[in-house]
Design a protein around this ligand. Structure first.
Ligand code: HEM
Length: 503
């Protein structure tokens, strides 16, 4: 109760008589070690910080629910999707990627779009971005890619050379680069952007038939972006603009919502589709796979405590429930390892017991025991091994993910760069963007790429040219490069281009 008088205690519950004055030897004397309350207060303060996320460090979160609006039992057996009108509690966290925990919300960057569904069959996490594609398509490249987007090892500055050196040596990034340097790279708020699974996932039904799916959470607030100039200004005037916007909108009762649309591909269609369905640098054009509206996400409650709910939230693309599973996407496969691993580093072995991460709609019954900071009953006196004949929990073969057919030589297979890698970036430039979008894209690229060495500018601009000749020419002109030279580089193979633009 608000007017109830509360007594301050130590962290172990002892009432504290004075929280302003340390115990000293005489009024001006040195502090005594017997002041256990002071020592505890300082020692805990000294340990307040935990490692920030290695990526997506700056973010905001909110609670809400997901409500099913269509019968999808034909495609998935997931119980939280089993009936129209069914609601599941959700926690959402939105973030920028490259910046540190105190960085500005309006930076040019993809935005993370992470959801935790507390279902009756365990927690399902959808850990996506506001872009339907990504820069690379093999996990092996991820740490390198992230290093180039962060700070230079010598200067500790953001560095246009390493940013564009890597991207121009990684042509499969062209589609995502085109999205990132459009105004979609600077969303006006977390409410005004879409969320995408980006990867292809598996849905499977009660009979074991499976489908490949891509998920799109479409903002019901409408897309709104900053222009480059607005984003730059806002970095100075309101660096926490998106964090503030989300919490204030919810406080006002304007609950942000998203419509979940799903694209569905059969395994037979996947075999012959013109784009590799497991290549995260590609979308499935809606004309080929029209989206089906499946439900609605609503965020209606702010966190009570940022650290407890948002900082400690730990998502993993490996948290599936029966009815949803992985695809062979090489990026996704690496992510299935990386998230639990990083959480063990950032939060500890028992991070799954923290309230925001623990299942809420089902009971955990596993043989995992012990570890730092065990905060549940640790399995009590029950058996801690399987198999046992003591009535402990038993696996249920009925929930298995359907087998898929894979074959081939175990080797480091590379994706061969092909002209198809430039098709969707070109289509985006020509068919989806309006003239104003194209002009802003070219201006945004020039403002950033202009900071890199000329040879890197030429190599990257040749990739824009390969996506679309007008796109390449306009970037070349904006950077003061020779269009003829860019055209010549664009006609080369990537290997030749790299040689021709060597340091
Ligand atoms: C192989 C590629 C990738 C690796 C190894 C990777 C790894 C990581 C790691 C280590 C974190 C920090 C997690 C934490 O400390 O809590 C993270 C966060 C995140 N990643 Fe990735 N990532 C990859 C690709 C992607 C892709 C393709 C997407 C989107 C489609 C994505 C979306 C996110 C999001 C949304 C977060 C923040 C989650 C949160 O809000 O706590 N990542 N990633």
């Amino acid at each position: 109760m608000a007017d109830e008088k509360r007594t301050l205690t130590t962290s172990f519950g002892k009432p504290v008589e004075d929280d302003l004055n340390s115990i000293t030897a005489g009024p001006k004397g040195p502090v005594l070690i017997q002041d256990a309350h002071l020592l505890d207060k300082l020692a805990h303060f000294d340990r307040e910080r935990i490692p920030e996320r290695v990526v997506h460090a700056k973010g905001a979160g909110a609670w809400g629910y997901f409500e099913v609006s269509a019968d999808v039992t034909k495609y998935t057996r997931a119980r939280f999707l089993s009936a129209v009108g069914k609601r599941t509690e959700v926690f959402a966290r939105f973030s920028t990627v490259g910046g540190e925990k105190g960085s500005a919300d309006s930076e040019r960057d993809p935005r993370g779009f992470a959801l935790k569904f507390y279902t009756e069959e365990g927690n399902y996490d959808m850990v996506g971005n506001n872009t339907p594609v990504f820069f690379i398509r093999d996990t092996m490249k991820f740490p390198d890619f992230i290093h180039t987007q962060k700070r230079h090892p010598a200067t500790n500055l953001k560095d246009a050379d390493m940013f564009w050196d890597f991207l121009s040596l990684t042509p499969e990034s062209i589609h995502q680069v085109t999205i990132l340097f459009s105004d979609r790279g600077t969303p006006r708020s977390f409410r005004h952007m879409n969320g995408y699974s980006s990867h292809t996932y598996m849905w499977y039904n009660a009979k074991g038939d499976y489908y490949w799916v891509q998920l799109h959470f479409k903002t019901e607030q409408g897309i709104q972006n900053f222009t480059r100039e607005e984003a730059e200004r806002t970095r100075g005037t309101d660096p926490d603009c998106a964090t503030r916007d989300l919490s204030e909108a919810i406080k006002r009762g304007e609950f942000p919502s998203w419509r979940l649309e799903v694209q569905i591909m059969t395994p037979e269609q996947a075999k012959t589709y013109r784009f590799d369905p497991f290549d995260i640098t590609k979308v499935w054009p809606h004309a080929d796979f029209p989206p089906l509206t499946v439900g609605r996400l609503v965020l209606n409650r702010n966190p009570q405590n940022y650290f407890a709910d948002v900082e400690q939230a730990a998502f993993s693309p490996g948290n599936f429930v029966p009815g949803i599973g992985p695809s062979p996407d090489k990026m996704l496969q690496g992510r299935l390892f990386s998230y639990h691993d990083t959480h063990r580093h950032r939060l500890g072995a028992n991070y799954h017991l923290l309230p925001v991460n623990a299942p809420k709609a089902c009971k955990v019954d596993s043989y995992q025991r012990d570890g730092f900071m065990r905060s549940d009953d640790n399995g009590g006196g029950g058996p801690n091994y399987w198999p046992n004949s003591l009535g402990g929990p038993a696996p249920d073969p009925g929930v298995a993910t359907p087998p898929i057919d894979v074959a081939g030589m175990a080797a480091r297979h590379s994706y061969q760069l092909s002209d198809v890698d430039f098709v969707q970036a070109g289509d985006l430039y020509r068919k989806v963007m309006r003239e104003q979008d194209r002009a802003n894209l070219v201006g945004n690229i020039a403002a950033h790429l202009g900071g890199a060495q000329k040879r890197i500018q030429r190599r990257q601009t040749a990739l824009f040219y390969k996506a679309d000749a007008d796109y390449g020419q306009r970037v070349a002109k904006a950077l003061g490069l020779s269009v003829a030279e860019v055209k010549r580089l664009a006609a080369m193979s990537q290997e030749e281009r790299v040689k021709a633009t060597a340091a």
